[in-house]
Design a protein around this ligand. Structure first.
Ligand code: NOJ
Ligand code: CA
Length: 571
């Protein structure tokens, strides 16, 4: 595409240009609660409770803290909050080791407080999504304790994957499956008399024993848990590790390539029937299911999104692409094409609590996200990274489908890469033998103000040390520091999410304007989106007015690493 020179257009976010083309937001309040299809275009904000806001001054985020910040979330313009697991848990894996789904972690609050939070959020038009982890439970879960106290071959053990070890004394693990968290997937138990016993399977840490989904209790229990939370008013459930849940009961060694659906523990065909059951329950409550599905094959991925299965799933394909027009365009085209036949919305995800913050990632020589590539000391140019993260935020916000925003990305937080080693908690770090820095760097407590010891993470007057240390300059990213600054990342996100509620970005037809240059260009109705992934300024078209830009525009051109939304005259 040739972008012709522009006429004078003011960079006045949401000025007359926005109003003229229907970009102007509908009433600042939320999606009407009667809109059953709200999730198709929603902006969903991810709250990692432990690190969001501390309400009682002990340095640990909690539900009281979230309740005190609901006004902030409403002003951000989101439709829903997804809470990472908030249940009782030993926190061996940040709460993805659930001890009791019907109890809130005592550090976070109580079920009564969760109910209050859900209804207070709803009153502000914000729906709640909770996280359910069907692949495994905590080793402190009542079922696992019961299994350990029971005999080999007992029904209590059959809810998990207990096996005798190999070798003459059973000293060798029963299998060779690799763990998502490095190391073995088998841990040996101790018999009550102190002798070595059977082994059990855990795809993640030993504190997260895998459940056997062929056991009827496992199904029943999860269906009950869904109802428990839907009964408390939640609007949706995120399904953790959704494609790992079903196993080949023979637990055969993993070896070579597998035909679709044949892998011993990934993307097995019997999963679909499990999630069809979940869908029926969700439908009873008009609830929504969101799948965490890491699959390279987008056609297989889309099968989970058929109309009687999961409503939507995280799109990790986009996140795995490095900064650049060709890769982004391919991700967008392939994602939209994969979703179209099943009628599910695409989702757009720049980050979450498992991955490197976009500001740091986009400042690196290799800016694609990959778990196995994480290493200490990978250099990043945070100035470039911040510019690209802002541009990428506008890019994904302009695409058709649902948008996920991880807490702190709206403040442009970088990954914290210098947390003292003795403060790291993530098992991914420890199980990698210390090679992988782990995920603590994107979980550092949020800075709210610039005048308190803990950057306002804890309430006024309390100077508790946050559970993970904040960098010395953390307050400069705080909400207080950014909220009145028209150039801040927070202001950009607010305006972006507000404009995203207008007709064009909710319903406007998507059409590529270009498929070759360094400039990603597409229309959503009367809005023209451009992202300059090249290195030189590109003239803006003269038949369009600037509505919002991710950075300064110079001489009516779009600089490198910048996105712009334009109101097109001829619609
Ligand atoms: C995916 C979650 O996002 C991650 O944080 C967790 O460690 C694994 N699933 C295991 O539950
Ligand atoms: Ca607290």
């Amino acid at each position: 595409m040739t972008l012709s020179p522009t006429r004078d257009s003011e960079v006045t976010p949401g000025g007359p240009a926005a109003a003229r083309i229907g970009l102007e937001a509908r009433a600042a309040s939320s999606t009407p609660v009667t809109d059953r299809e709200w999730w198709r275009t929603a902006a969903i904000f991810q709250v990692y409770v432990r690190s969001f806001a501390d309400g009682n001054g002990d340095g640990i985020g909690d539900l009281a803290g979230v309740r005190s910040r609901l006004g902030y979330l409403a002003s951000l313009g989101i439709d829903a909050i997804w809470f990472t697991p908030w249940y009782r848990s030993p926190l061996a894996d940040g709460g993805y080791d659930v001890e009791d789904y019907r109890a809130i972690h005592p550090d976070f609050g109580t079920v009564a407080e969760a109910e209050a939070l859900i209804s207070e959020a709803a009153a502000l038009g914000i729906r709640t999504i909770v996280d359910v982890v069907p692949n495994h439970v905590s080793d402190q879960h009542a079922w696992f304790r019961e299994a350990l106290a029971s005999e080999p071959g007992s029904d209590a053990r059959a809810r998990f994957w207990f096996r005798d070890g190999k070798g003459p004394n059973g000293d060798l693990p029963p299998g060779n499956w690799p763990s998502s968290f490095s190391g073995s997937t088998w841990t040996r138990t101790m018999n009550p008399d102190g002798t070595p016993g059977q082994w059990y399977l855990h795809l993640f840490t030993p504190e997260q024993p895998d459940l056997n989904w062929d056991h009827p209790d496992v199904r029943r229990e999860h269906e009950d848990v869904l109802r428990f939370w839907f009964d408390r008013g939640v609007a949706g459930v995120r399904i953790d590790s959704a494609a790992l849940v079903a196993k080949d009961p023979e637990l055969p060694e993993i070896d070579g390539e597998y035909a679709a659906g044949q892998h011993p523990n990934l993307d097995r065909d019997d999963l679909h029937e499990i999630y069809r059951g979940w869908r029926t329950i969700a439908e009873d409550y008009s609830g929504v299911l969101v799948g965490e599905i890491w699959l390279a094959d987008l056609k297989r991925f889309a099968l989970y999104l058929r109309p009687d299965e999961i409503h939507m799933a995280f799109n990790f394909d986009f996140m795995s692409r490095p900064w650049g027009a060709d890769g982004f365009r391919a991700a967008i085209t392939e994602t939209l094409a994969a979703h179209e036949p099943v009628g599910a919305p695409a989702t757009w995800v720049l980050s979450n609590h498992d991955v490197t913050r976009p500001v740091t990632r986009f400042g690196r020589a290799d800016s694609a996200f990959a778990f196995d590539a994480k290493r200490f000391g990978t250099p990043s140019d945070l100035v470039v990274g911040a510019r690209r993260a802002r541009a990428a935020a506008m890019l994904v916000a302009a695409l058709p489908g649902a948008l996920y925003v991880y807490q702190g990305d709206e403040l442009g937080l970088p990954e914290v890469e210098d947390i003292p080693l003795d403060r790291l908690e993530d098992p991914m770090h420890f199980r990698s033998g210390g090679v992988d820095p782990g995920r603590d760097g994107c979980r550092v407590p949020i800075p709210w103000t610039n005048d308190a010891a803990n950057a306002g993470f804890s309430p006024d007057g309390t100077d508790a040390a946050p559970w993970l240390p904040q960098p010395a300059d953390w307050a400069r990213y705080s909400v207080t520091a950014q909220q009145d600054d028209p150039t801040s990342t927070l202001t950009l996100y607010r305006r972006m999410l507000e404009l995203r509620r207008g007709d064009d970005l909710q319903h406007g037809a998507f059409a590529w304007q270009d498929d070759t240059s360094d400039v990603i260009a597409f229309r959503r109705g009367a809005l023209l989106h451009l992202t300059n992934c090249g290195t030189t300024n590109v003239p803006l078209p003269d038949d369009a007015d600037v509505v919002l830009a991710s950075g300064p525009l110079t001489d009516h051109t779009l600089p490198a690493d910048t996105s712009v939304w334009l109101a097109v005259h001829s619609v």
